[in-house]
Structures are given as C-alpha cells and as structure tokens.
Design a protein around this ligand. Structure first.
Ligand SMILES: *Cc1c(COP(=O)(O)O)cnc(C)c1O
Ligand SMILES: [Zn+2]
Length: 417
C-alpha cells in the first residue's frame, strides 16, 4: 500500500484511482498529464522531520512515504539522490546576494538529475512486470534509464536524436541498451517512442507523459529543503526544457507545505535559452500553453532544447503559483556561466546545468533578487556530459593553457618570472 489517493488530470481535474493502469487522462490524451495525490494527514502521522533526521538512508528513497511506491518495493542498488549542496560564497559576493547555494546533480550515478526519475521508472516498470522499458530523451533521461536498468538487468530501448552529445551516447552503449539514434529532433524521437511503446507494450518512461517521473524528480527539492533545515530559500533557479524538473521542484515545495514542514513557498525561477524559449514566450505573452503551437528550438544547451515542452502545464504553474518568473538567457551567457560557476563554486556543469547561473545574473541585473535573498541554483548535470561545449566556453573567455617543453626554463618563460 502506498500513500497515493489518486491521480488527477492537470486539465480537467478528474481523479483516477491510485492503481490506474494508464499514463494520462483518457479524456485528454497525451496532454492530460496526471498529478499524483497523497494522503498528507496519514503520511504526517508517522513521517516527520524528526523521523527523517534519524534515517541513515541518504538516497532519494528516504522520502518513500511521499513517493508512489510501496513501503517494501525493491529499489535499484545504485545510489540515487543525496547529492551535495554547496554554499558558494564567492558567487554570492560577486552578485551581492545573501547566499548562493549550488546543488550538484552531476554527482548522480549517471551524472544528471534524471537518475531520480529513471530510478522511479524502473521501480514502476518492475512492479508491473514489464519486460522492456523505453524512453525518448535528449540524452540524460536516456543515460539515466540505461544505467539504472543495467543495475537491475532490466531490458530497455532508447530513442535519442542522432545529434545528442557523444558522452551521452557512449553511456547508452556502454550500459548495453538497445539504442535508436533517430534522424530528427527530440520531438521526432519522442513521437516514435510513443508509437513503439504502444505497438510493443513497453513500459513508457517518457517525460511529461508518465506521471511518476515528476515524483522522482521532486526528491531533489525535498533534499534542498532538508539541507536548509526546512527553512525555504527565497528563490530556486531551475533550467527548463520539458518542464518536468521545475514541476517536480514545485511539487516538493507543495508536499513540504502540506505537511507543515516549511511555512512559505519559495519563488521558482524558470530559465530557458533564447533559442528554446517556449515557456518564456507563453509567460510573457500570457499565452495558453494548451493551444500555443510548438516553436523550432535550437540551443547549445541540448538538455533544455524542446520545441513543445511536454510538461508545460505543471511547468507554468510552478512559476505563476510561486511568484516566480520565466527568464531567457542567450547561448553565449549559458556558455559563459560554465566557467563562472566552476570557478565560483567548484561545480562543473553541462550547459543546461549552468543555465540557472546565467538566469541568476539576469535576475540580479533586473532587480528581481537582491541583497537579502538566499538563492538555490540547481546544477542539473555534469560538465563531463558535454566537453565540447565546455571547451568552447573557456575559449570564448580567452582561457588557454600554457604550451611548454618539459623544462623549468620553459615554465619560467611561460610564467614570465
Ligand atoms: C532534462 C534536463 C533539464 C531540463 O529538465 P526538464 O524536465 O526537461 O525541463 C535540465 N538540465 C539537465 C542537465 C537535464 O538533463
Ligand atoms: Zn482530463
């Protein structure tokens, strides 16, 4: 028995039973994403800040009563969650903010936050006895599903655009997934994966379709709050592609508020690349994300490149319901954020992981955050995922190594002393 009381359609509000076997609201098709609802009164009877503090399990499964899995469900052996959050004093000083915290999701087993969702997907797939689990992905969700599946011997089929960064493709192949490199965009890969999973009966992990992915991702938000002693920060900056991570962070805050573990909602800031700014456009123009057509996305930050953010309803609510804002930053600003974040916090992030820092710079310039504010940046993926972009970023700011012979004289000449 889980603590789930039902699954509610984000469009019509109709609620389906906890054991509902579908993925989306039948009345609303693929747009009818379901939100998992819990019995907070029951949860709060035994699951408390104190019981958590006494729990030695540092993984995402420490929040199990708030997850859609049974108390005795087997979970994959890889250590997912429990990532560090650093007090980046140099960045706070540079920007004139009270605190800047950087949560390093590059420390997950496959080096991105997606492990939290994919671990959940594998538990649910095995609960249903699925022979095969599948996903489409820009790369990280795929690598995560691939790695976590490997850890339990779960067969899986992965659809990624052929343009995905090499490191991510290397992970898929090393983990032994069946890999389809699709000649097309992430959107094309997504549509094909949806068709294939219906055709073959594979368990579908797709983002903004499978309702449990947000629940896995929210554990990052719960960790942020727990690390801060259940004092909500003033603002949380999250990069947005499909909008599932930002929806998950919002869900964590709502869970903690419902349990009375925090007493206010932090503002949630959604950051997108100017080349993939569907949510920013919708936010600025007050457009309805249900009817707004796809855009044509193109950005160096491959993990947040989305023509049509699949989880856009939850993603919009995360910002509008918390007094946050959607901000766009240029690819140049995203690249520049990689070395700045690395130098100011020690966290080396891929472009999408550094984008929240670029967003924070913009927010400071526009006076949206200020001297009293404590800000959390969610660094969603490791810089090792996309070394080509990191090299481009350092070249752009003129950082070059010394090229020297293996002698002290040569070193001295290069150092000029
Ligand atoms: C997937 C991903 C994102 C964006 O998450 P969405 O849920 O698609 O908005 C951001 N950063 C990294 C590193 C990712 O892998
Ligand atoms: Zn519906």
């Amino acid at each position: 028995m889980t603590n789930v009381v039902g699954l509610t359609c984000v469009i019509c509000g109709k609620t389906y039973p906890a054991d509902f076997a579908g993925y989306v609201c039948p009345d609303h098709g693929n747009e009818g994403i379901l939100d998992v609802r819990y019995d907070y009164d029951k949860i709060g009877e035994t699951f408390t800040k104190e019981s958590l503090a006494a729990d030695p399990d540092r993984t995402m499964w420490r929040y199990r009563p708030l997850l859609p899995i049974a108390p005795d469900a087997a979970v994959p052996p890889l250590t997912v969650g429990g990532t560090p959050m650093y007090d980046a004093a140099p960045l706070a000083a540079e920007l004139g903010l009270a605190k800047v915290w950087v949560k390093d999701e590059g420390r997950e087993p496959t080096a991105s936050l997606k492990d939290r969702a994919s671990a959940m997907a594998v538990v649910k797939a095995q609960e249903r006895g699925a022979e095969v689990v599948t996903t489409a992905s820009t790369g990280n969700a795929a690598a995560a599903l691939s790695g976590i599946s490997a850890s339990v011997g779960q067969r899986n089929v992965i659809f990624v655009p052929a343009s995905a960064p090499e490191a991510k493709i290397a992970q898929l192949l090393a983990y032994g997934s069946t890999v389809a490199l699709v000649n097309g965009t992430y959107g094309d890969a997504f549509d094909l994966c949806m068709e294939a999973s219906a055709e073959y009966g594979w368990y579908n992990r797709n983002t903004g379709y499978n309702p449990f992915m947000t629940e896995g991702k929210k554990t990052a938000g719960l960790e942020i709050l727990e690390d801060l002693g259940w004092e909500a920060p003033d603002a949380i900056f999250v990069s947005v592609g499909d909008g599932s991570i930002i929806g998950g962070v919002h869900k964590a805050m709502k869970d903690a508020l419902a349990l009375g573990w925090i007493d206010r909602m932090p503002r949630i800031f959604g950051i997108q690349s100017a080349g993939s700014d569907y949510m920013v456009q919708a936010f600025e123009n007050g457009e309805d994300v249900l009817t707004k057509p796809p855009i044509s996305a193109d950005t160096v930050a491959d993990s947040i490149s989305a023509d049509l953010p699949r989880d856009r309803i939850k993603a919009m609510a995360a910002v509008t319901e918390t007094g946050g804002i959607y901000l766009r930053v240029s690819d140049e600003e995203i690249l520049a954020a990689i070395p700045t974040l690395a130098r100011g916090s020690g966290v080396f992030a891929e472009p999408a992981g550094a984008a929240p820092y670029a967003g924070l710079v913009t927010a400071v310039e526009r006076g949206l955050v200020g001297a009293d504010d404590q800000v959390v940046l969610l660094a969603t993926g490791s810089g090792l995922k996309d070394v080509a972009s990191a090299l481009k970023a350092v070249a752009a700011i003129g950082t070059t190594p010394m090229r020297i012979d293996p002698t002290l004289d040569s070193l001295r000449a290069a150092l000029n002393n």
